[in-house]
Design a protein around this ligand. Structure first.
Ligand SMILES: Nc1ncnc2c1ncn2[C@@H]1O[C@H](COP(=O)(O)OP(=O)(O)OP(=O)(O)O)[C@@H](O)[C@H]1O
Ligand SMILES: [Mg+2]
Length: 450
């Protein structure tokens, strides 16, 4: 007799194994393996066959008709940008974020915008009562007759509501709170999340309903529940930000209908999240010129942002000097300090060095290196750098200053904000009139310039 096939699954990450294990080899979690029931095995098969079940006959690519994705605006320019130009009907978008970052706020407001534009929207909350959501809606001015609220966790009852009226948009807050009776495990477990996402996907593709799913994020930064969730949906966005600051970034992580390089920028205010159109002014202060401050222009997606970087160099009291960086990579700071010590003979070994990026922004590129170096030298020598100048350039291990991409875009932005000089590795050969550029191609020359 054939042995019954059994399958165990890690409830933390979705890793599968034919035998029970105490510790998951994938995510190292303990005691998370659960045997899948016959029903769950069936569902898994269905999902897998759904994924591979293409048209049953191969077609030469020259005969294939391309799909056109019509889109409509979400009523929010930042979200539209991150989605790649608007919402695609029938698409599934997962929005992940840590607790309190503003996921519900963002989606309630988007729901209201869409309702305003004539779409019928269902906002399902498994976390909050209607009364609680109403308080938020009042604060955000999100009251619109076409925005419907449902406080429910049972998937079957959510589908029952969906069958009563024809909705264009479905918002689910959050996937971890919903529950399907088809599966015996608890809400938020891997099997539940997979089943619910699968059902929502099937529904939204069939009815061309654009669906937004909110997902909680674990401490490690991934969406709680299985990775399979990210595979199943069309688009994955992460909502990031520091709960203590107002700035929020919406980043594309996966997008079947567009690029993932764009970043949406929002500001959390009493009235909810405001799309930051003129965000640039927030991250630098022209008025106060102080030693240890330098200005640069970074790129977030296609957008230049002018930033102030701050350095504090102070005589160290301990035997090993402290190095700390907020918003900038610590390893990179260590590298730059070693370089300054080597090339410029600055005795930084006896000094603590702290770096801070204004506004809580995290710098993910090397174009700010030059400004960091300038700020460190400025603080060390206690000499003010004029805030008329901006610094753009990557500093290499051997002390060269290198060109960065999108230099013209950055310089244009600086010009718009009235800066007069830029210190760069190489002047761009622009046709347009840009601000005055000074070429500095190695760190030794930066000192001369300063
Ligand atoms: N009256 C208010 N004024 C200003 N900001 C507020 C106000 N009430 C809430 N907030 C902001 O909204 C945030 C919570 O937003 P929201 O509930 O949308 O987050 P969430 O990501 O959905 O959280 P959760 O993970 O708990 O569901 C708070 O952290 C706070 O910054
Ligand atoms: Mg919420």
């Amino acid at each position: 007799m054939a042995k019954k096939k059994v399958l165990f699954e890690c409830q933390a990450c979705g890793f599968q194994s034919s035998k029970w294990m105490g510790k998951c080899p994938n995510c190292n979690a303990w005691d998370q393996f659960m045997e899948l029931s016959a029903k769950e095995m069936e569902l898994l098969k269905e999902i897998q066959s759904h994924a591979t079940n293409a048209k049953n006959q191969a077609l030469s690519i020259t005969e294939v008709q391309e799909e056109h994705h019509e889109r409509f605006s979400s009523g929010d320019s930042e979200l539209d940008l991150v989605l790649g130009g608007g919402v695609v009907p029938g698409s599934l978008t997962l929005i992940g974020g840590s607790p309190g970052v503003g996921k519900s706020t963002l989606l309630l407001k988007i729901g209201a915008n869409l309702a305003q534009s004539g779409k019928k929207v269902l906002y399902v909350s498994g976390e909050e009562s209607l009364g609680q959501i109403k308080i938020r809606a009042n604060r955000l001015e999100a009251n619109h007759p076409n925005l419907y609220l449902l406080s429910e966790i049972d998937l079957a009852l959510i589908f029952a509501e969906l069958s009563k009226q024809s909705y264009d948009i479905l918002i689910v807050d959050s996937i971890q709170t919903l529950y399907s009776q088809a599966i015996s495990s608890a809400p938020g477990s891997v099997s539940q999340v997979r089943e619910i996402t699968f059902e929502l996907m099937r529904y939204s593709k069939e009815r061309r309903v654009a669906t937004f799913i909110i997902g909680h994020i674990t401490k490690e930064g991934s969406i709680a529940g299985p990775r399979v969730l990210e595979h199943m949906v069309d688009t994955v966005l992460y909502f990031e930000g520091d709960a203590n600051r107002e700035l929020r970034l919406l980043r594309g992580f996966k997008n079947r209908f567009g690029s993932t390089s764009e970043v949406g920028i929002f500001e959390m205010t009493e009235q909810g999240l405001l799309s930051a159109t003129d965000i640039s002014k927030k991250f630098f202060n022209r008025g106060r010129n102080q030693a240890g401050s330098a200005i640069t222009v970074i790129m977030e997606g296609s957008r230049p942002i002018i930033l102030e970087v701050q350095a504090l160099v102070a005589e160290s009291s301990g035997s090993s000097p402290k190095r700390s960086a907020t918003g900038y990579e610590q390893n990179r700071l260590t590298m730059l300090l070693a370089l300054l010590e080597r090339k410029l003979d600055l005795p930084l070994n006896g000094y603590d060095v702290f770096i801070n990026i204004a506004g809580g922004i995290k710098i993910n590129e090397t174009a700010a290196d030059l400004a960091i170096v300038a700020a460190i030298i400025s603080s060390f020598r206690d000499r003010v750098i004029s805030h008329e100048s901006i610094f753009i350039g990557e500093v290499s291990l051997i002390g060269d200053i290198r060109d960065v991409y999108h230099l013209e875009t950055r310089l244009k932005e600086a010009k718009t904000h009235g800066f007069e000089k830029a210190i760069v590795a190489k002047k761009p050969s622009a046709k347009e009139d840009l601000i005055k550029c000074y070429e500095v191609n190695e760190v030794e020359k930066l000192i001369d310039w300063m």
